[in-house]
Design a protein around this ligand. Structure first.
Ligand SMILES: [Zn+2]
Length: 320
């Protein structure tokens, strides 16, 4: 999320995530669409066309919402017996009808983490696996309109709010997990196994998903092309550095990263660079640019990180 995409302290408090580091106007991201990395993927036509769907890999659909400033990406991963939906989007247009156009198999939802821009459509589904964390249980209650009003403001959309969305009442609906999971959990979809990697940091319940056989890693908000937000109260930089280290160690075995914002196909070595960047930020070897409310922006070797004095101080106070 770019600072121009924040409705003051509200969004800072919620502090989701992503987007472009170089936006000069509130809607500058719109001029970057479609992002070349997405445009290079085979497109799949669905209705409504609010969702742009791409074949990100064999049996993997990236479901992008480029017209809303989060540019959230959900992924439908299809096996021979079942499918897994990794995130459910911003929630301004129902996503389940789109999933129904892509697969007839039973679908389980799993969230990369439970910030509002990734669980907006959870309520539409009956099978939801979730991490067993207090942060996740709090997220299940949803969020009232006041907390997400900025996400449906005029600035939040490239053209206009999608048809059928009541921008005066939009809120994140409550949902319920039907299954709890932990690090190492495997989803056998038939001909395809996905393994959950607990990677706390961005949030306490952040996970990555790996398909070892195909070298695919879904990174959630731990990595995406854009300024990485490590800003929120629930962000823990010590855990984040450890988690990025865990993911970076996998790079030699990976072919593709599939992040939760902006672009659906990223070279794995970005993780190595992100590890270098967060180490430099935490050790104080690079200078940050101060912004509003104690926020600090860093650019290290092509990786942009936005954190805060507070988050850095919390991390410095943590015993090794
Ligand atoms: Zn996000």
């Amino acid at each position: 999320m770019n600072s121009r995409r924040i409705s003051a302290s509200l969004a800072i408090a919620l502090a989701a995530c992503s987007a472009t580091a170089n936006a000069q106007s509130p809607k500058a991201w719109c001029g970057l669409l479609p992002r070349p990395a997405n445009a290079a993927l085979p497109a799949v036509t669905v209705k409504p066309d609010w969702f742009k769907v791409y074949r990100a890999a064999e049996g993997v659909y990236a479901i992008v919402e480029p017209e809303q400033w989060q540019e959230a990406i959900s992924y439908l991963i299809v096996g021979t017996r079942s499918a897994l939906l990794f995130d459910t989007g911003i929630g301004v247009v129902p996503i389940r009808p789109v999933i129904a156009q892509l697969t007839k198999l039973p679908v389980t939802v799993l969230n990369s983490h439970t910030h509002y821009d990734h669980m907006g459509g959870n309520w539409e589904f009956t099978r939801i696996a979730a991490m067993h964390r207090p942060f996740t249980r709090t997220s299940m209650a949803g969020l009232p309109h006041a907390k997400v009003a900025g996400e449906v403001s005029a600035d939040a959309f490239c053209s206009r709010a999608p048809a059928g969305l009541d921008t005066a009442r939009h809120h994140v609906r409550a949902w319920r997990a039907t299954e709890t999971i932990a690090d190492g959990h495997r989803f056998d979809l038939g001909g395809r196994t996905l393994e959950v990697l607990s990677v706390p940091g961005h949030t306490p319940d952040a996970i990555a998903l790996i398909d070892r056989a195909h070298g695919l890693l879904w990174t959630g908000d731990s990595y995406y092309d854009g300024t990485i937000w490590l800003f929120a109260e629930e962000t823990d930089l010590v855990s984040y550095e450890r988690s990025i280290g865990r993911l970076a160690a996998l790079v030699p075995s990976l072919r593709q990263l599939l992040p939760a914002h902006n672009t659906a196909s990223v070279a794995p070595d970005k993780l190595t660079r992100t590890l270098g960047a967060i180490r430099a930020v935490r050790s104080g070897t690079v200078a940050g640019k101060a912004g509003e409310g104690g926020e600090l922006s860093f650019e290290v070797n092509g990786i942009a990180i936005r954190t805060s004095q507070k988050a850095l101080a919390r991390a410095a106070a943590t015993k090794p």
